[in-house]
Design a protein around this ligand. Structure first.
Ligand code: KIV
Length: 295
């Protein structure tokens, strides 16, 4: 299984993603939608990368789907560094983006640059993602000045869960929609190379996508965005509790895993695992010598 970038599966870069949107606007049929998934570990990253996913995001959703927290707020820089390093080792083709966790960029722009540099230098991220629009333009601009490509994230920003009073669809009133539109313009003006639109009405996402020049990556934002992202655990059925309607499940790995574990337990209890063929053996001579020593 080769994992080196090839003509069929080339290395994805920030400029390439931006050109893709321009290509779509120019009617180039070669240019397609941008595919993004989250990944948090080496085997998943390797499989998704070899499947040809364009962007792997080490999302701070890590906190909820891997670490078992009920929000993304407790995720630390050390968590993000640890998991980004693992994903880096499994990624050859995809652009690797790491989330800036809550508290790593809200204090001031200098902290943001310091923490983002760690994600790039220590963990191998090629870009970082920052939640928030107008309020974070200075931070985004400072990161871009430091040569760190930034993916914005507006609409339902999970780090604002307490301010929003829950994980709710955003931009449903005219005023809220205008605010999100301003956020999109601000993120673009600050120099972000793309922006995630999360849980907003399809019509608003389509308007933003038509207006701004950087690619929009939707999650719960309808099909008109320039690309789509899903949390890998949602895609393969490894999450518990509420399942958002936009999170299409392509596989029920949870059921398969539970069944495999139950089968294993049954076989061990019945003495059916391991079999003789799954056991190591002494050579015929050593076995004979052992039997002779016993008798
Ligand atoms: O943390 C995450 O996984 C995300 C994506 C859902 C966009 O921010």
């Amino acid at each position: 299984m080769s994992s080196l970038p090839s003509a069929r599966n080339p290395k994805i870069t920030v400029p390439e993603l931006q050109q893709r949107k321009m290509g779509v606007r120019a009617g180039n049929s070669e240019a397609g939608k941008i595919t993004c998934l989250t990944a948090y570990d080496y085997p998943t990253a390797r499989l998704l990368d070899e499947a040809g996913v364009d962007v792997l995001l080490v999302g701070d959703s890590l906190g909820m789907v891997v670490l078992g927290y009920d929000s993304t707020l407790p995720v630390t820089m050390e968590d993000m560094l640890h998991h980004t390093k693992a994903v880096r080792r499994g990624t050859q083709h995809a652009l690797l983006v790491a989330d800036m966790p809550y508290g790593s960029y809200q204090t001031d722009a200098a902290d943001a640059v310091r923490n983002a540099l760690r994600l790039v230098k220590e963990a191998g991220a090629e870009a970082v993602k920052v939640e928030g629009g107008e309020r974070h333009v200075e931070t985004i601009a400072r990161l871009v000045d430091a040569e760190i490509p930034v993916m914005g994230h507006i609409g339902l920003t999970p780090q604002s869960v307490n301010a929003f009073g829950g994980f709710r669809v955003q931009g449903k009133t005219e005023e809220a929609a205008e605010r999100i539109l301003r956020d999109a313009r601000a993120v673009e003006a600050a120099g972000a190379f793309s922006v995630v639109l999360e849980s907003i009405p399809r019509e608003l996402a389509a308007r933003i996508t038509a207006e701004i020049k950087i690619p929009t990556i939707g999650i719960g934002a309808g099909p008109d965005c320039d690309g789509q992202i899903l949390v890998i655990h949602d895609l393969v059925g490894l999450t518990f509790g509420h399942h958002p309607k936009f999170a299409r499940e392509y596989l029920n790995a949870g059921e398969l895993l539970a069944q495999a574990a139950a089968n294993y337990c049954r076989d061990v209890r019945q003495g059916a695992f391991p079999s003789d063929a799954e056991s190591f053996h002494l050579s015929t001579e050593r076995r004979a010598a052992m039997v002779a020593r016993r008798s």
